[in-house]
Design a binder for this molecule. Sequence first.
Ligand SMILES: O=c1ccn([C@@H]2O[C@H](COP(=O)(O)O)[C@@H](O)[C@H]2O)c(=O)[nH]1
Length: 283
Amino acid sequence: MTVLEPFGARLRRAMDERGPLCVGIDPHASLLTAWGLNDDIVGLERFSRTVVEALAGRVAVLKPQSAFFERFGSRGIAVLEKSVEEARAAGALVVMDAKRGDIGSTMAAYAETFLRKDSPLFSDALTVSPYLGYGSLKPAVDLARESGAGLFVLALTSNPEGGEVQHAVRPDAAGRNVGATMLAHLAEENAGTTPMGSFGAVVGATLGDLSSYDLDINGPLLAPGIGAQGATPADLPGTFGTAVRNVVPNVSRGVLRHGPDLVALREVAEGYAEEIRAAVAAA
Ligand SMILES: O=c1ccn([C@@H]2O[C@H](COP(=O)(O)O)[C@@H](O)[C@H]2O)c(=O)[nH]1
């Protein structure tokens, strides 16, 4: 099997060279229509190809949202495979937003799908749900290490409903809530790794001051919620404090609604990238 340099090292370099912005590839039906495309496989293919052509050579990370491809069945998955391949060939790291999670034996199959280097859907990193217990993710952690891939574990999600689960306090000695427990697991995974570990957390940019959490996990923090969900680049230092330097801010609809014009997509993404650079530099 081909072995890549660890994801954390590749991501750190991409963030240094291109800035930390992650743009989503989220082909919502409403966006296909707004772009003058049909809500069908041809529209999906054009949409995805346009985003990759506009941005894969410029931003550090592209994040396809698997759900929008899966709804077209096997032909949608074929478009997803091609998009991942083309985005990676153009120099972007690809985070597959599939939010997989299951008992360990099934998790192993998800890991084979997205994290085995020679798999058709191999991605640089995968979003995973730890809500069957963090230990259920072990097959994905192990295969990611073997392949040089990464994971982003849902810790504190950007949606208002997430707190029902993630803020629940565990009756253990530390008295941490569930989200904080996930961050602690990730800090253990990444301990001693330079320049940064490959096991990241998803922490919403919408959540306001997170100073009560230890965000210092020596790994990346994928931060969705900028743009359509209301957060702005200027919010990042107040939300993440000193951990802001490890934040990978995600914008999907906030960029995509400016397509299909390639120049417009690039200009909006560059505008977000510039605002993020300024906010992080001032932190
Ligand atoms: O906590 C989370 C985890 C994942 N997401 C995903 O990120 C994008 C956000 O899209 P926008 O259009 O910028 O709102 C989308 O794919 C979500 O599924 C998230 O929003 N929050």
